[in-house]
Ligand binder design. Structure first.
Ligand SMILES: Cc1cc2nc3c(=O)[nH]c(=O)nc-3n(C[C@H](O)[C@H](O)[C@H](O)COP(=O)(O)OP(=O)(O)OC[C@H]3O[C@@H](n4cnc5c(N)ncnc54)[C@H](O)[C@@H]3O)c2cc1C
Length: 587
């Protein structure tokens, strides 16, 4: 698919007229390309850096309804999300897999068990299932052995799901390209082309590798540029609306922070929900939610303050493990495309997606990875206003194509076969066929096999070393120093598959290691605030509040509100209507 001279071939054709051109190769752009191709449109997607380079490789990787959305009363969004989760679990095993969540209840909790139970009941009912269960303190400790037991009253377990976000983007784009769509990375949309009456008719694009430009014309231009959305909108007079919010994660060796399922809890410092969860053989902790004031075209990086905040979160739940900075393997940060409404607390800003149509430029931003298909369908419904001859949308098609190929079980353990079929779909047999001797083995400390690197280098549009190690496979965030110890073997694969000479390899390696040091590692220890002192201060504040008798004040009203919510959900659910959150601005 992306082999040989594919880039040159795509570039040669880039000026032919398209029905739709999509800017942005994250999950939103990928979903729109996928659905546009299904409608028979001639569709092109351009991504300024690498596919999934933006937020879509830096998320918490959950495919979930989001209990927090339920708490905020966003029942439509929660229901849509849990239903999408169910579709994805069914259609993409090995790429989207179940993940259990644990929610401990403590004597000091301001929210009572009844509230959690009501919330989880609604959550399950929205997905037409019953996954949650309450455990006694003793049983709960068996589920989370090292969790703090001070004041533990017991806890709930419920079901959600997780994925590899960058691979999800790749699979969706690959399916679209296999059916006639065109997608090219390292091509930026520099400016919109407009008719005399001001209507947008195309884009001036620049190949970031050759510096060549081209004029792309299309009947519809869609900007799926996430946190960058205001940049193209600004060219058609759109007022800036995005409030970029950074969310960061720390990655731990799983033997130092062992969790078999996700632990969800409120951070003791600010009562925000935080999670500690297993992923790809490591343990992730996240996330933060802070205003991001840095330039968007630079890699976002975790700050010293966010690092301390996440270490404090771990220490509060697992004090007996004595976690230190040296237990952190890696860090990563992403920027949420949130529509700003001026709220003081970033976490109170809505996460809904929006659709704006301005002078024919259709912008889709915000939302979640989980609901990418719904967001894509929503965007295409607006395309209908611009392309009246658009065929009817079929909202019942599977999100992912069925994978009707098999992998030999003789050479591969079941979990590896499942993983390859999920991530690479019908291309999985080609991947294993391309493997050299020893390349079907798992790379220690990860679940990745060597053959994935060879395949990605050969057929997955890899341009730079970080495309390969941070997004096609995730060794850059799974292993210390970005997997530096493996680079000699990676070099042999890259030189053979990508034709890099020694000079090119040296410059790719140097750039990659600098990137890992700068943005995928923890900041200098000397800059990181004392997180244990932060926790002690938070505890002191809590005691002071408790002494004033403020505790429990909200419990009854909250319980009442949840019970009421439960009733409302039922009424709404029985009516069987779903309307995704969106906002349309027509000009
Ligand atoms: C910390 C964090 C955790 C999250 N966790 C979850 C989660 O667990 N589950 C979930 O469902 N959602 C989660 N989300 C939300 C989810 O990750 C985002 O909603 C989603 O990834 C946004 O995808 P996107 O395609 O709209 O944006 P992006 O992935 O950012 O893609 C936009 C792309 O557009 C490109 N681009 C911009 N300008 C141009 C241009 N001029 N020319 C060409 N290309 C351009 C960018 O390079 C970028 O790659 C999380 C978000 C964050 C920040």
């Amino acid at each position: 698919m992306w082999t040989g001279d594919w880039r040159e071939n795509v570039w040669q054709e880039v000026e032919r007229p398209y029905d739709i051109v999509i800017v942005g190769g994250g999950i939103t752009g990928a979903g729109i390309l996928r659905e546009a191709v299904r409608l028979g449109l001639r569709a092109l997607l351009v991504e300024q850096k690498d596919f999934a380079w933006g937020t879509s490789s830096r998320s918490s990787k959950l495919v979930h309804g989001g209990l927090r959305y339920l708490k905020e009363g966003k029942i439509g969004l929660t229901r849509a999300s849990v239903l999408e989760r169910e579709h994805l679990l069914e259609e993409g095993p090995g790429l989207i897999d179940p993940l259990g969540f644990l929610l401990a209840t403590y004597k000091s909790d301001k929210t009572g068990r009844l509230v959690f139970r009501a919330g989880l009941t609604v959550y399950d009912l929205l997905a037409l299932q019953w996954s949650h269960k309450y455990y006694s303190p003793r049983d709960f400790q068996m589920l989370a052995p090292h969790l703090t037991t001070e004041g533990l009253k017991g806890g709930f377990r419920y079901g959600d799901a997780q994925t590899d976000d960058a691979r999800l983007v790749l699979r969706v784009i690959a399916e679209a390209v296999a059916e006639g769509g065109v997608a090219i990375n390292y091509v930026a949309a520099e400016s919109v082309l407009r008719e005399e009456n001001g209507r947008v008719t195309g884009l001036l694009v620049r190949d970031q590798l050759t510096n060549q430009t081209a004029r792309v014309t299309a009947r519809v231009v869609v900007s799926a540029t996430g946190a960058w959305a205001d940049e193209l909108r600004g060219q058609v007079g759109g007022e800036a609306k995005i409030r970029p919010l950074r969310g960061s994660h720390l990655v731990f060796r799983s033997w130092r922070l062992p969790v078999a399922q996700a632990i969800s809890f409120l951070h003791p410092i600010d009562q925000r929900p935080v999670m500690i969860f297993p992923w790809e053989g490591v343990t992730l902790v996240g996330t933060t939610d802070v205003d991001h004031h840095k330039a968007l075209d630079k890699e976002p990086c975790i700050s010293p303050e966010e690092t301390a905040y996440l270490l404090a979160a771990v220490d509060s739940q697992f004090p007996s493990l004595g976690i230190t900075l040296s237990d952190v393997v890696a860090a990563f940060a992403g920027v949420r495309p949130v529509i700003g409404s001026g709220k003081e607390d970033p976490s109170e800003e809505s996460r809904d997606h929006v659709v704006w149509v301005e002078d024919g430029l259709l912008t889709v931003t915000g939302g979640k990875l989980t609901t990418f298909r719904l967001i894509a369908l929503d965007a295409l419904k607006e395309v209908r206003h611009l392309l009246p001859d658009l065929p009817e949308l079929d909202e019942n098609l599977p999100v992912l194509n069925p994978v009707d190929v098999a992998l030999s079980s003789e050479s591969l353990p079941d979990e590896v076969r499942r993983r390859l079929l999920g991530r690479y779909g019908t291309l999985a047999p080609a991947l294993t066929a391309a493997a050299r001797s020893g390349e079907l083995e798992v790379i220690p400390g990860t679940q990745t096999i060597w053959a994935e690197l060879r395949w990605a280098a050969r057929a997955e549009a890899v341009v730079h070393l970080d495309d390969l190690l941070l997004r096609r496979v995730r060794l850059g965030i799974l292993l210390p120093e970005g997997g530096a110890a493996l680079l000699p073997r990676v070099q042999a694969i890259c030189q053979e598959e990508l034709g890099w000479d020694d000079g090119r390899w040296q410059s790719e390696q140097a750039a990659y290691l600098a990137l890992v040091r700068g943005c995928y590692s923890v900041p200098d220890a000397a800059l990181i605030p004392d997180w244990r002192a932060m926790l002690a201060e938070a505890a002191q504040n809590e005691w002071a509040k408790a002494a004033e008798g403020a505790d429990g004040k909200w419990q009854r009203p909250l319980q009442f509100a949840f019970a009421l919510l439960l009733g409302l959900v039922f009424v709404w659910w029985m009516r069987g209507r779903y309307s995704p959150a969106r906002e349309i601005t027509m000009r």
